[in-house]
Write a protein that binds this ligand. Structure first.
Ligand code: UDP
Ligand code: MG
Length: 330
């Protein structure tokens, strides 16, 4: 039986921690009872440098349930994406499969069972996808939708309406650990891993207690990270704009020349207008071109793994080759 680790990043979540712990332990014992996961499966709380009593509560829970509740304490606040990564990488060595979920119980814990079923069915990554966003405010809903549209426009592969509620097998986390970049946008990285994936659908609820730790500023930061870490399209756009403006300047040249020869222009206007357009275009083109190289360097310094080999069918071939060699020697 596989051991499941439920990874929960927590930042100032004292209001909801005990609730979350109880709900997740309930899920675990239910799955253990049904024989779907090992009895020593656990919840791993990651305290992301909370300023309130979150860590004390995690310690209390661990004392009460030493097997089912474990904790990681980060030395300071590093943000949701890093806290989650810390949890996943810690869990990977002591579990066979992980589920990541927010502490606020907005994601439906009852679909974890479905995720585990899909894992047993051969999936390495199972995405939790929100069906509707009825409980979100109009503002959050529209900005989020805009965000997914923009991501697609920029050529970043993400799963629509999936946040960081997902199941990952040990080997998927192992592969993820090879991504050494520091601008983290987990949702964009998971599709790069490969393997068989699937989705489960659920209704997102309201926060069980406490308030959102993702104010607009952090949301914008995440969106910008998502685009800038995965796409150098904005740079290509500058280049494109430069080319466009140079073309426009050529048209302007033709127009200015016509005006000049038909004779109704002020002295000097022709050369002035053409050089303004042309120089503007040239500058954008040059910036865009330099940007292209910087974009390449940026992608290069990430040192991402270039592929992920899922299976090798070469042992047999190697051993026959070895046997042949031995036969020849013998
Ligand atoms: N979180 C974190 N570090 C941060 C901010 C948030 O670990 O700096 C955690 C938080 O405790 C929660 C999850 O990230 O478990 C999602 O945050 P929240 O529910 O506030 O975001 P929202 O659902 O409002 O987008
Ligand atoms: Mg939330």
């Amino acid at each position: 039986m596989e051991r499941l680790a439920i990874v929960v990043p927590c930042y100032n979540e004292e209001a909801v921690l005990k609730l979350a712990s109880a709900a997740l332990r309930e899920v675990l014992s239910d799955l253990v009872r049904k024989g779907k996961i090992a009895a020593d499966s656990f919840v791993l709380f990651v305290n992301d440098g909370s300023a309130d009593r979150t860590w004390e509560l995690i310690e209390e829970e661990h004392a009460a349930f030493p097997v089912q509740v474990r904790g990681v304490k980060l030395a300071g606040n590093v943000g949701h994406q890093f806290a989650l990564t810390a949890g996943l990488l810690t869990a990977k060595d002591i579990s066979d499969v992980t589920v990541s979920i927010d502490a606020d119980l907005q994601d439906d814990v009852s679909v974890i069972e479905e995720m585990v079923d899909k894992f047993h069915g051969g999936c390495d990554i199972v995405y939790g996808v929100r069906k509707e966003r009825r409980t979100d405010t109009f503002f959050k809903r529209t900005t989020a939708q805009l965000f997914y549209k923009l991501m697609r426009l920029m050529g970043v592969r993400t799963v629509y309406n999936h946040a960081d509620f997902r199941l990952m097998s040990r080997r998927a986390v192992e592969e993820f650990s090879k991504y050494r970049e520091t601008n983290l946008f987990l949702r964009g990285m998971m599709p790069l891993i490969g393997y068989q994936t699937d989705c489960v659908y659920y209704d997102r609820k309201e926060r069980a207690a406490g308030e959102s730790k993702y104010p607009l500023k952090k949301m914008l930061g995440l969106a910008f990270d998502g685009i800038s870490s995965f796409s150098i399209k904005p740079i290509s756009m500058i280049l494109g704009m430069g080319i466009l403006i140079i073309i426009v300047s050529l048209l302007a040249l033709i127009y200015a020349l016509c005006s000049y020869f038909t004779g109704h222009v002020v002295q000097g206007w022709t050369s002035l207008i053409v050089s303004i357009w042309f120089l503007g275009g040239l500058q954008l083109l040059a910036i865009g071109l330099v940007g292209q190289y910087i974009g390449k360097i940026y992608m290069e310094v990430k040192q991402r793994p270039r592929y992920n080999i899922e299976k090798l069918l070469i042992e047999e071939a190697m051993s026959t080759a070895e046997e042949e060699r031995k036969n020849q020697e013998g």
